[in-house]
Design a protein around this ligand. Structure first.
Ligand SMILES: O=C(O)CCC(=O)C(=O)O
Length: 278
C-alpha cells in the first residue's frame, strides 16, 4: 500500500488527566471516521507540559493511559502513536511515546533521547533533566504502508537521530513535540523541513493546541513536510486535526531525482573527522 491517510491531533491539554483521556478518545474517533489509518497525539497529551507535573501524572506501562490508547487502536483498527506521557519505571521518569497497532498490541515504545535543557535569559529556561532520564533506544515500527520512526520534540534538533531512522529504512518520522513561543516561530518548521530534505522522507510533528493560560505555552502548528522539504499540511495554533494523504511514491521519486543518499562519502567523513587539525 503506497498511500495512506495520516492524522495529527492538535489537542488542547488540560490539568485533568481523565478529561484529557476522554478528549483523546473523542479526537481519535473523529480522525478514524474521517479515514485516518495512522493517528498521532501530541507530546504530553495526558498531562500539562512542565517538570512540576511529570511526577504527579507519571504512569507505569501498562497503565491507565496505555490501556486506553490500546483499546482505541483495536476499536478503530488503526495505528495510534500515543504522543507522549510521563512514564514511571522503577525510580526513574521518562518522556515516553507508546505506539499501538490495529490489533491493540504495543508495537513501539520510544523514550525521549535528548532532554530539553535550555536557558535563554529573559525568555525561557527549561530543565527536563531535573526530573526525567533520557532514553537510549531507537524505536521504529512497521505498518502496511511504511516503516515509521519516532522522536520527541527536542530530539528533532539532533540530525543524527533522524539519519539513523532513514538508514534503517523509515520513510516517515513522527515527532510529537511542544515547541514554545520563543523557539517555535523560528525553529519549529525549519527543523522539520531540514530533517525531511536531509533524509528525503516525510516528517510529521504533533503539538498540543496553544493554551495561553498554561505555565508552558505551546507554539502549535502541527505540520507534515514531504521528502522534497515542502509543507503539505499545517495547523494553526488552536485545537484541530490535520490530515495528510501521504503518497509514499514521493520518497522514491525524490531519492531518484537527487540521489544524495548514494552520493554520501562516509569513509571520507570518518577519516577527515579522525585526522588531526593542522
Ligand atoms: O527545542 C525546543 O525549542 C523546544 C523543545 C521542547 O519543548 C521539548 O523538547 O519538549
Amino acid at each position: 500500500m503506497s498511500r495512506f491517510r495520516l492524522a495529527l491531533l492538535q489537542m488542547l491539554v488540560s490539568r485533568h488527566k481523565q478529561e484529557n483521556l476522554a478528549h483523546a478518545r473523542e479526537l481519535v474517533s473523529r480522525a478514524a471516521q474521517n479515514g485516518a489509518q495512522l493517528v498521532s497525539l501530541p507530546e504530553c497529551f495526558n498531562c500539562p507540559y512542565g517538570t512540576q507535573y511529570f511526577g504527579e501524572y507519571a504512569e507505569t506501562v501498562p497503565g491507565e493511559t496505555s490501556t486506553t490508547i490500546a483499546a482505541l487502536a483495536a476499536e478503530h483498527r488503526i495505528t495510534i502513536i500515543g504522543g507522549s506521557i510521563p512514564e514511571r519505571s522503577g525510580d526513574r521518569l521518562f518522556n515516553t511515546s507508546l505506539v499501538f497497532g490495529p490489533d491493540g498490541k504495543l508495537c513501539g515504545k520510544f523514550r525521549k533521547m535528548h532532554l530539553f535543557d535550555i536557558d535563554i535569559p529573559g525568555k525561557i529556561t527549561f530543565k527536563e533533566s531535573e526530573t526525567l532520564s533520557p532514553g537510549e533506544e531507537l524505536t521504529d515500527f512497521t505498518t502496511p504502508f511504511c516503516k515509521v520512526g519516532i522522536a520527541i520534540c527536542y530530539d528533532l534538533r539532533f540530525p543524527e537521530l533522524t539519519r539513523l531512522y532513514a538508514d534503517r529504512g523509515c520513510h516517515l518520522l513522527v515527532c510529537p513535540g511542544a515547541f514554545n513561543m520563543t523557539t517555535g516561530p523560528v525553529h519549529w518548521e525549519l527543523l522539520q523541513r531540514a530533517r525531511a530534505v536531509d533524509n528525503q522522507m516525510f516528517v510529521a510533528t504533533v503539538s498540543p493546541a496553544r493554551d495561553e493560560t498554561a505555565s508552558y505555552v505551546a507554539w502549535g502548528h502541527s505540520t507534515v513536510s514531504s521528502p522534497w522539504g515542502d509543507v503539505v499540511a499545517k495547523a494553526g495554533h488552536g485545537e484541530e486535526i490535520v490530515y495528510a494523504d501521504i503518497d509514499l511514491n514521493r520518497v522514491e521519486e525524490v531519492r531518484r531525482q537527487i540521489p544524495v543518499r548514494i552520493q554520501r562519502r562516509c569513509e571520507l567523513y570518518h577519516s577527515l573527522a579522525a585526522a588531526k587539525p593542522q
